[in-house]
Write a protein that binds this ligand. Structure first.
Ligand SMILES: Nc1ncnc2c1ncn2[C@@H]1O[C@H](COP(=O)(O)OP(=O)(O)OP(=O)(O)O)[C@@H](O)[C@H]1O
Ligand SMILES: [Mg+2]
Length: 360
């Protein structure tokens, strides 16, 4: 009999990828999905689709519970971090299980200032990070830290409020503009600029133990020329890499944020000018948007074992509470594979030697 699950935020890029990966698993699943966009909920391959209010609406949890009950699902995967945090905090009200870190852990992980503090205290390499009380204080930061500096938001996704600033006036203008638009000054963090490789480390954990992981370098973002920082959230070109230093720092970062990590943890790593990997974000309880797509590619195109489909591995852990051994802890996906994707252009898997397969 098909196992029944509910995916919230199923219409976003990550949600669509997650549902597709579940469809590519060994067993049959009945997948219901929700989103607050009546447009994007049309995308995923679902047996039932529902609209919900946004995560900050007081009816959100009640509506998700009602749908889960009606559909008889056993497991709920909230894809967007905002929805995951609310559902983690109110998991007792849900009629199905979730595989999410406690809300305390997720709250730290969703605050990039707190994350940097926790990581630094545990000896994990991070960029020096500062905040200011007044915009005019940035001048002092340029004197203390040097130039350029990277400004970004404490909360949110997609490189929110990011800009590389080469001088105090640039930083001043950027922050003042956002302050005028109602952003609080406490929302900004100002950091050393990390100019090296941009790396995503994707992992699954169980009870404080790393089950499996792999990493990939983000090479290009779509529409980068129309974003002031060049960051637009999900890469149009990425390639799998192997790097024991990245594995080491990312694993330490997860342990620093959550001593009993269980479920999905997506880590962002950026190298400094000496090539040292520094952690810029620990997404606790979250799939990076292409993590399930890489899993789909792993089983469908690279013919890797079922557990390489991380969405299936995660749902199996969430529903059964265990998984058999023998799964490699690192480098789950071989290095040198590129995922090339763009709007209206599809998705390609490619290698430098010219080998190519169409994924979507
Ligand atoms: N100090 C820094 N120096 C240089 N680049 C940085 C720095 N901090 C972050 N970045 C770059 O910005 C990207 C986005 O980071 P940020 O935390 O602002 O957004 P995000 O929450 O990761 O967004 P999403 O995960 O949705 O893409 C990082 O992956 C990294 O490439
Ligand atoms: Mg990120």
């Amino acid at each position: 009999m098909a196992q029944k699950i509910l995916v919230t935020g199923a219409g976003g890029i990550a949600g669509v990828n997650f549902v597709r990966a579940i469809r590519a698993s060994r067993r049959e699943y009945y997948v219901a999905g929700t989103d607050h966009s009546k447009y994007y909920i049309q995308f995923p391959d679902l047996q039932a689709r529902y609209l919900t209010p946004r995560h900050d609406d007081r009816k959100f949890v009640g509506r998700v519970s009602e749908i889960a009950r009606k559909e008889g699902v056993e497991f709920i995967h909230p894809q967007p971090s905002s929805e995951a945090l609310v559902l983690s905090a109110r998991r007792r009200e849900l009629p199905a299980s979730v595989l999410l870190p406690p809300p305390k852990v997720m709250t730290v992980a969703q605050d990039k200032l707190e994350t940097q503090k926790v990581l630094a205290a545990s000896g994990v390499a991070v960029a020096r990070t500062r905040t200011v009380r007044r915009v005019s204080d940035v001048e002092g930061l340029f004197k203390a830290l040097g130039s350029p500096l990277w400004i970004r938001a404490r909360h949110g996704a997609g490189g929110r409020l990011s800009l590389l600033c080469g001088s105090p006036p640039e930083a001043n203008h950027w922050m003042s503009l956002w302050l005028a638009k109602g952003i609080a000054i406490e929302e900004f963090i100002i950091q050393d600029y990390l100019p090296g490789r941009n790396i995503a480390w994707d992992s699954i954990w169980w009870d404080g133990r790393l089950v499996t992981s792999y990493c990939r370098e983000r090479i290009e973002y779509p529409f980068k020329h129309i974003s002031p920082s060049g960051i637009t959230g999900t890469p149009s070109v990425a390639r799998t890499i192997r790097d024991a230093r990245v594995d080491g720092v990312a694993e330490m970062a997860v342990k620093a944020v959550d001593r009993r990590a269980s479920g999905a943890y997506s880590i962002d790593v950026k190298e400094d000018e000496d090539g040292k990997p520094c952690v810029t974000e620990v997404d606790a309880g979250k799939f990076h948007s292409t993590m399930p797509l890489w899993g789909y590619v792993a089983v469908r195109h690279l013919k890797l074992p079922w557990y390489s489909n991380l969405a299936e591995l995660y749902v199996t852990l969430g529903m059964k509470g265990k998984v058999r051994g023998g799964i490699p802890a690192h480098d789950l996906i071989p290095s040198g594979y590129y995922l090339i994707r763009n709007i209206d252009s599809g998705v390609l898997l490619w290698r430098e030697d010219g080998w190519k397969e169409r994924v979507l």
